[in-house]
Design a protein around this ligand. Structure first.
Ligand SMILES: Cc1cc2nc3c(=O)[nH]c(=O)nc-3n(C[C@H](O)[C@H](O)[C@H](O)COP(=O)(O)O)c2cc1C
Length: 369
């Protein structure tokens, strides 16, 4: 199969990490790429200029040592501001700019950013056109992520896709839910199939892809050029190599060795602390640790313990002891069938919506303020 390209950038494969505010920071993106993801978009950067120097924004814009292409997502409601935000990120190393029209969070929607923009096709198109125009002189391609529509009655992804393609957008990602759905119900893929048939630019399928079989099924059903995995990669960044192996051979990789996962998590933690600093890092690392062990024996007890520890040493030591003990009980993680949630009921909507709101809150406040 020929490589998928975004503009001049040939991607390593067709397995993408979904942008998740508060989750897909550089350490996590790098880990996913090491473990088989071909492409990762970084978290949203606000289009508000006065916030560009904030610590959160500058951490998000830190791409040190990250394998390219460096793609930065921007969100906002004003075409001129979005164009400026795109330029700002290009000047700081972004090689691809991704426009977020997929975020359902209320704060963004109230201000007509995120997926709310899908309700106003002309405005959405003018934003895309302005960003494309700003990036063109630098040879930076623009991509866009959206949902299937605003509501079940207004599933306008196909109409929008045509407008975005005409505006010069070079790749579209579709999350198979409407804005109204939030994270409720199951993602649907028929709209992605329709979008794929309506445009010539690459289309990426996203939503509820939690296993190698699901990735293959979605690729086959939609004809999409790539799949994007979000929540299922939390705490299991090796899902990308599992999908890659299955797509290439039709066979499953054995689950990872407990010792390997223990080591990966240690490396992840060290990288995390160096980006956020010890004080903040020890707290923001807790959710990652909880995800790694959520389906493992004794995982709940570790999560509770971790929530009481405030130093990086105590945190890494607790994680090390946990994996040492687990390694005495089993060589490999339990098989994915018992640890990977199934498609229809895997995503507890209220839980994930809350996770999204919580982890994205600081940024959403920046965007919506
Ligand atoms: C905690 C969290 C944060 C997210 N942040 C963003 C974001 O910043 N930009 C965006 O386009 N989508 C964001 N999303 C949506 C995901 O990129 C993805 O579209 C969605 O989770 C569906 O894919 P999945 O079923 O594989 O998780 C976020 C999702 C979650 C759970």
């Amino acid at each position: 199969m020929t490589a998928l390209c975004i503009g001049q950038h040939a991607l390593a494969n067709r397995l993408f990490v979904a942008p998740m505010a508060g989750v897909t920071d550089r350490p996590f993106r790098q880990l996913c790429k090491r473990l088989g993801a071909g492409y990762a978009v970084s978290e949203m950067v606000t289009s508000r200029k006065d916030l560009w120097n904030s610590l959160k924004t500058s951490r998000r814009a830190n791409h040190e040592g990250e394998p390219g292409p460096i793609a930065v997502q921007i969100a906002g409601t004003d075409a001129a501001m979005m164009a400026e935000a795109a330029l700002y990120n290009v000047q700081r190393g972004a090689q691809i700019i991704d426009i977020n029209m997929g975020c359902p969070a209320k704060k963004v929607c109230n201000k007509w950013a995120g997926s709310a923009l899908m309700q106003n096709e002309a405005l959405a198109e003018s934003i895309a056109a302005a960003v494309v125009q700003a990036c063109q002189p630098y040879g930076v391609p623009v991509t866009l992520k959206m949902r299937t529509g605003w509501s079940a009655q207004q599933k306008n992804a196909v109409a929008l896709a045509r407008r975005f393609e005409a505006a010069g957008v070079q790749m579209l990602t579709i999350h198979g839910r409407t804005r109204e759905q939030g994270y409720k119900g199951a993602a649907e893929y028929a709209t992605m199939t329709a979008v794929k048939q309506a445009v010539a630019i690459p289309v990426v399928a996203n939503g509820d892809i939690t296993s190698p079989e699901k990735a293959l099924a979605v690729l086959t059903a939609t004809g999409a050029d790539a799949v994007m995995v979000g929540r299922a990669a939390q705490g299991q960044p090796w899902i990308f190599r599992e999908i890659a192996h299955y797509l290439a051979t039709g066979e499953y990789l054995p689950p990872p060795l407990v010792a390997e996962v223990g080591e990966l998590l240690q490396e992840h933690l060290q990288d995390h602390y160096s980006l956020y600093g010890a004080d903040s890092g020890v707290r923001s690392a807790r959710k990652h640790i909880a995800w790694y062990v959520r389906a493992l024996p004794g995982g709940d007890a570790l999560r509770r313990l971790i929530n009481t520890l405030d130093s990086t040493q105590a945190q890494t030591q607790a994680v090390r002891s946990y994996f040492d003990q687990l390694g005495q009980q089993m060589l490999r993680l339990p098989s994915p069938a018992s640890t990977t949630p199934t498609l229809t009921n895997d995503i507890d909507d209220s839980h994930h919506m809350q996770a999204l709101e919580e982890s994205a809150r600081p940024l959403l406040e920046e965007v919506a303020a």
